[in-house]
Design a protein around this ligand. Sequence first.
Ligand SMILES: NC(=O)c1ccc[n+]([C@@H]2O[C@H](COP(=O)([O-])OP(=O)(O)OC[C@H]3O[C@@H](n4cnc5c(N)ncnc54)[C@H](OP(=O)(O)O)[C@@H]3O)[C@@H](O)[C@H]2O)c1
Length: 337
Amino acid sequence: MLTGKSVLITGGTGSLGKALTNHILETYPGVKRLVIFSRDEQKQFNMAQEYPHDNFPQIRFFIGDVRDYDRVKRALKGIDYVIHAAAMKHVPIAEYNPMECVKTNILGAENIINACLETEVERVVALSTDKAAAPINLYGATKLASDKLFVAANNIKGWNPIRFSVVRYGNVMGSNGSVIPFFLNKKKEGVLPITDATMTRFNISLQGGVDMVMHALETAWGGEIFVPKIPSYKITDVAEAIGPECEQKVIGIRPGEKIHEEMITSSDSYYTYDLGRYYAIVPAIPRWSVEDFVKEFNAEKVPAGFQYNSGENTEWVSVQELRELIKEHVDETFSVC
Ligand SMILES: NC(=O)c1ccc[n+]([C@@H]2O[C@H](COP(=O)([O-])OP(=O)(O)OC[C@H]3O[C@@H](n4cnc5c(N)ncnc54)[C@H](OP(=O)(O)O)[C@@H]3O)[C@@H](O)[C@H]2O)c1
């Protein structure tokens, strides 16, 4: 799919951006150009060491800020596919610096959309989060606004064949700033802070996140929000898996945190289709026939009132499975007890 194509990843130096880079270079060595777009030169410098030009002549590093429309537009010249992963994603930091989060996550999204419409980009996939479903914190609210912008961008494209879609998922195992590296680090102190003993989260591997983005790039008709079917874990089980000998200290829920995360709300259920491996929330007013979509993907409408919630999931990751996943995906030095 990407052979001979030029791809740009905003936030290409982040957890997901790097996993996507790896995947694209391995799976599509014939990719024409792979542009990593982000702000921090040091992260780009470090990443460039991993991809020496002689071995990876396709990769380019482009310093830029998604808040800067002109820079975004310049970076998109000659690009066919865009994966928009750049974001501010830390809940407490967004609460404390709300306008910064609005500028990056909402105005940045708007810049990407406008610049894509002004260039020859064919497909855009934006990354969303479970926190965007019925959001209670600013990070989630900005990602919901971003999702709405990307979905609605399909309405203003006129005859431009470009397609915008969104992928929404939960906690990426071991990604920057997530609970597993946090507990692995805290383990030495003998105490693992738990915000609430009943808390649950969805769990997806980096590769699972990459697969979803590739699925959306390949199959989206425009305006879908793709949601993966993934298991949940209990936060106390993550603590048990990482530090069975550690005390679990309940410290109380943090501002803007939910006990359980949701990816599809009951209000979304009226527009949600089961595609087998994924769900798709289709736009309320799609530019294509939902009947044809159902036929093409053998899709089934979910029952009215359906919710996809980490606390009511039917699939769970056990303590032992968590240990194995952490060992496999996160920390090679972590020993399975
Ligand atoms: N990790 C998860 O558990 C998770 C779960 C659900 C959804 N997501 C979503 O997935 C996406 C990627 O997450 P991640 O975990 O890979 O994040 P990450 O590791 O924090 O990476 C974020 C990337 O965005 C870049 N960036 C931040 N602000 C920017 C700006 N204004 N302009 C250009 N680049 C900017 C960062 O580089 P610089 O700082 O150098 O600019 C970095 O490359 C985000 O949209 C996030 O909301 C993540």
